[in-house]
Design a protein around this ligand. Sequence first.
Ligand code: ZN
Length: 171
Amino acid sequence: MQRILSLGIIFLLAGYSAVAQAVVAVRNDYQPQEIKQQAEYYAHVLGLDSTVYILISFTPRVPEKMKGFTRYHDARPQGGGHQVHISISKKAGRSHQLRTLAHEMVHARQFVQGQLVQCDHTHFSWHSQACERLDKLAYLDRPWEQEATKVGASLHEQFRKQSQNRLASLH
Ligand SMILES: [Zn+2]
């Protein structure tokens, strides 16, 4: 009996540690719960833990032709963890916004894991290679965009499928 009880406690603790994932906040959206739930799912699948703070802002101030972008600040030296700020265009349609969220979450992982490093205002480095000027590299030639587009699309599809299954099981 004692053994069964302590196993139960271990499972309980394991459940808790699985919940200790990225902290997500949503600003300026009409359905913040929907966004938060998706972002938390992506964070979980991408392995972003509770040292990662993600703020998702919906704003009209996203440059033309873009649906979103991600900024990153490493505040660990000050005890503030990884800080990710995702901006999503308020002008984009909902399905574009949701796809963009998945895409930007992949960039979040790239920054957090140090695969993508912003050298200065205009230069980025990928997997410890030399810093490259962003405008010298066409969007589709940037390896981090290729990854974010591919992985983001599959994440979004995965989320759609699992939420459909959940809905189906309610009926
Ligand atoms: Zn991108």
